[in-house]
Design a protein around this ligand. Structure first.
Ligand SMILES: *Cc1c(COP(=O)(O)O)cnc(C)c1O
Length: 396
């Protein structure tokens, strides 16, 4: 017998979302998430994936995944700490540590899971966490799970961070204090002010935690935001994902050997959730090989990012202050932003609108993620469509 109470809750809330136009309808892809995608039988220029380097469809990764699947099977069979650790998991962790210039690394099933496990493994109710107000949802949830006191500071506002770090330190209330930030903020494409954050951390003895999901493979010639600033030995936790630029799935923490050893006995998703599939682990190893061999894909990503930005700017669009290939196109009002995205789609460009509450009210935007997989022709076509729809709607 189904719960009447649950039925009522679901019906009312779904209705409410739908009536306010906030119910997200998901469009399934009829093929790979490449530079061109197919939805409902239509081909569209894809500007919404995190597949920055085009590795999701790279032949070498596919080959590696198939080979490993044939050797090890489709599943790892257990959690890492029982007998779900395969030699390729260890090989991947070694490669990641080398790539990140750290002593060691630990792999999780996703970037989200890293934050679920790593924060709470070291922070508890007697501690405090200074958290940038625009940090990713998984950081927010990981902080909550730890039960530490969460102190939010204004986005990339170093005076606010310093003031709050000082107050937390001087209160004498906390055993440990951590500062936690995204490396690259995904909504605007801006980079965390890591040199200043490290300076403040050193002054007030803070643990430093950088989630570089959008920086890995993109900044620091691929090694990420921390490497970009030359701070590899100054950041305690470097989180990365294997699901964005690396093109597969998974996440990792890179850091000192003692930290990684501790996470292997305390981070709960590592202990209680089955490890990365063999195919995914092997594909990730191949991705790191490719990034280590050459910066070709990285360079192409930046070239395409710069090209798209220059094009949109020349057309008169407001593209914000991005410092990375992430290119927001700020429209403003919520329904107008959604309409803009819908019109782009009709004309052949897939670029999702992002509106309140994900971004502040009145700053609705269509977010563009150019990748190394796009050609100049695709970007030119996308720009022509932007021009057409922008003029039609009186935005430019
Ligand atoms: C995308 C993202 C994650 C989640 O990574 P997955 O591997 O997709 O789970 C975590 N943190 C940040 C900052 C992200 O942008």
């Amino acid at each position: 017998m189904a719960s009447k109470n649950l039925e009522k809750f679901l019906k009312e809330n779904l209705q409410d979302l739908k009536s306010r136009g906030l119910y997200n309808v998901i469009d399934p892809l009829q093929g790979a998430n490449g530079a061109i995608i197919k939805i409902s039988g239509r081909e569209l220029i894809n500007l919404s994936s995190n597949n920055y380097l085009g590795l999701a469809t790279n032949e070498r990764l596919i080959e590696a995944a198939v080979k490993a699947t044939k050797k090890y099977g489709v599943g790892a069979g257990a959690v890492r700490t029982i007998n779900g650790t395969l030699d390729i998991h260890i090989e991947l962790e070694k490669k990641l540590a080398e790539f990140k210039h750290t002593e060691a690394a630990i792999v999780f099933q996703s970037g989200f899971n890293c934050n679920m496990g790593a924060i709470g493994a070291v922070m508890d109710k007697n501690d405090a966490i200074l958290s940038d107000e625009l940090n990713h949802a998984s950081i927010i949830d990981g902080c909550r799970l730890s039960k530490a006191e969460i102190i939010r500071y204004k986005h990339s506002d170093m005076d606010d961070l310093r003031e709050k770090a000082k107050a937390a330190k001087e209160s004498g209330k906390y055993n440990k204090i951590m500062v936690i930030t995204d490396g690259v903020f995904s909504m605007d494409g801006d980079i965390a002010k890591l040199p200043e954050i490290i300076e403040i951390a050193e002054e007030f003895d803070l643990i430093t935690y950088v989630d570089d999901a959008h920086g890995s493979g993109v900044l620091g010639k691929g090694a990420g935001t921390v490497k970009h600033f030359g701070l590899s030995d100054k950041v305690d936790f470097q989180i990365g994902t294997l699901s964005k630029a690396i093109g597969v799935v998974g996440g990792y923490v890179a850091g000192k050997k003692d930290l990684i050893d501790w996470l292997k006995v305390r981070a709960r998703p590592f202990l209680f959730s089955t490890s990365l599939t063999p195919g995914a682990a092997a594909a990730c190893i191949e991705a790191i090989n490719i990034l280590t061999e050459s910066t070709e894909l990285h360079d192409k990503l930046w070239e395409n990012g710069d090209y798209l930005k220059k094009g949109l700017k020349a057309l008169g669009f407001d593209i914000g202050e991005s410092e990375t290939p992430i290119t927001p196109c700020i429209i403003g009002e919520e329904t107008k932003t959604q309409e803009f995205s819908r019109r782009l789609n009709e004309e052949g460009v897939y670029a999702k609108s992002i509106v309140f509450p994900t971004v502040p009210r009145g700053t609705g935007r269509v977010r563009n993620m150019p990748t190394a997989g796009h050609t100049k022709e695709m970007l030119d076509k996308a720009l022509a469509i932007y021009e057409k729809v922008g003029k039609e709607m009186g935005i430019i």
